[in-house]
Design a protein around this ligand. Structure first.
Ligand SMILES: C[S@@+](CC[C@H](N)C(=O)[O-])C[C@H]1O[C@@H](n2cnc3c(N)ncnc32)[C@H](O)[C@@H]1O
Length: 413
């Protein structure tokens, strides 16, 4: 056991002592006692001198649950640190002195999408919860201050119902989207679904008035039980998201992202101006965009692209939706010349293939929505080399108390 002085916060939300040595749940300026656990990591034993910025963590599972890393930090320095992560990522890409907007905060208890682990215990019961930090063990979840309370309240009843499910031999997961029509559950299990399993899920759906329960494997998803129509409202358009569809993490965060995306559109544009929405999902950004410009939406997942297309058609919106794998088949410079702007909202790894084509094209404006400052930084370096400047950079705290950060950056040349 040794004493350390924490010098700064690392990108993963750990305090960093000289070494560098990562020590979770510490804050800059603190003197702590910790037990070396690996070459670059030690485990906090005691805070000897606490920072004035230290606050009481609200959740009993904090430090054990892998979901949150930063509940012990006052909201103001926490927000400044997250905002700094975006500034740092852009500065590493060569964009010095970018005016980064203050981070848009999100309240507690608003996360509308969560993926829980399932585990069958020795006595046959099913445990449901988030994973412990750095392990595959599950925490029996009794509270959560991030996700919506209705979702947390459903978990014990879901665990009880799943006890009789043959398809869970040892492990599984339950991805829950809180849609306007009610919780939409996608189960993944380690055995196939039997007929009695389907009956059990239908009875649970009926008892809870859950419109649909899906079941998935690596090969795809199917509907295990459906008793009511599934629908969700996105900027006034009703869609039927497929099981497990991507949703923005929270509605307030989604609204902030939409506002920053719309603010990034070129002010001077013709009424026939066209915008490409790349990695469009089920249309979260396409629908609000289509109130201002003609939208061509591209999405790799066939079911999501179809949900977007069907929603747009029913609402008679100015959107063309196409399924396209943008890693294998990015939009080429000849196609990109059709647009006054491109909106890009790729998965965590970023979109290097598409950004390479944008760099080679004559596109003048790119509105980049990112959930990973590191990936954004890599793509931003390519854009800078291609002559793009940054007009606007807005961090949005979609992932409260985690080191993850959503941001909207408007590039122009
Ligand atoms: C971060 S989500 C954004 C979705 C949407 N813009 C929204 O706000 O809800 C990323 C989307 O990219 C899609 N995707 C992942 N890999 C892709 C690829 N290679 N080509 C096209 N789409 C892809 C996913 O299916 C997902 O819908």
């Amino acid at each position: 056991m040794s004493e350390y002085r924490i010098e700064r916060m690392g990108a993963g939300g750990d305090g960093i002592a000289p070494g560098p040595l990562h020590i979770s749940f510490t804050l800059p300026g603190e003197r702590v006692e910790a037990l070396p656990a690996a070459k670059d990591r030690a485990t906090l034993v005691e805070v000897l001198e606490a920072s004035a910025e230290r606050v009481e963590a609200p959740c009993r599972h904090f430090t054990v649950c892998g979901g949150c890393a930063l509940q012990h930090w006052d909201e103001h320095p926490y927000a400044a640190w997250k905002r700094g992560r975006l500034a740092e990522a852009l500065s590493r890409a060569g964009y010095e002195d970018v005016e980064v907007a203050p981070m848009v905060p999100t309240p507690r208890h608003v996360r509308q999408r969560a993926d829980f682990g399932l585990e069958r215990l020795a006595d046959g019961r099913i445990e449901i919860g988030f994973h412990e930090r750095g392990t595959t063990n599950l925490i029996p979840m009794r509270e959560c201050h991030v996700v919506q309370p209705e979702l947390v309240a459903l978990l014990p009843r879901l665990a009880d119902a799943l006890r009789g499910l043959n398809a869970i031999r040892r492990l599984g997961s339950a991805l829950i989207n809180m849609l306007d029509s009610g919780p939409d559950i996608l189960l993944r299990t380690d055995m196939p679904l039997s007929m009695p399993d389907r009956r059990l899920l239908a009875a649970f759906a009926e008892a809870e008035r859950l419109p649909r329960i899906g079941w998935g494997t690596k090969g795809g998803t199917e509907i295990a039980a459906q008793i009511l129509p599934v629908r969700h409202n996105l900027s006034g358009v009703t869609v039927t998201p497929p099981p497990g569809a991507f949703l923005q993490a929270s509605v307030p965060g989604e609204a902030a992202i939409i506002e920053a995306v719309l603010a990034g559109l070129p002010k001077k544009r013709s009424p026939r101006a066209r915008v490409a929405d790349l990695f469009a999902g089920i249309g979260t950004l396409s629908f609000p965009l289509a109130k201002h410009v003609l939208v061509e939406a591209f999405e790799g997942d066939p079911a999501a692209a179809e949900a977007l297309r069907a929603g747009a058609n029913a609402a008679q919106m100015r959107i063309q939706a196409e399924r396209r794998d943008l890693a294998r088949q990015p939009l080429l410079p000849a196609e990109l010349k059709n647009y006054v702007a491109v909106v890009l909202d790729p998965p965590f790894a970023g979109a290097p293939e598409q950004v390479a084509q944008i760099a080679r094209s004559k596109l003048e404006r790119l509105i980049y929505v990112s959930c990973s400052p590191a990936a954004l930084g890599r793509d931003a370096a390519t854009l800078r080399a291609a002559g793009f400047k940054i007009l606007q950079a807005t961090p949005v705290d979609q992932f409260l108390w985690s080191p993850h950060l959503e941001s909207v950056v408007v590039f122009a040349r």
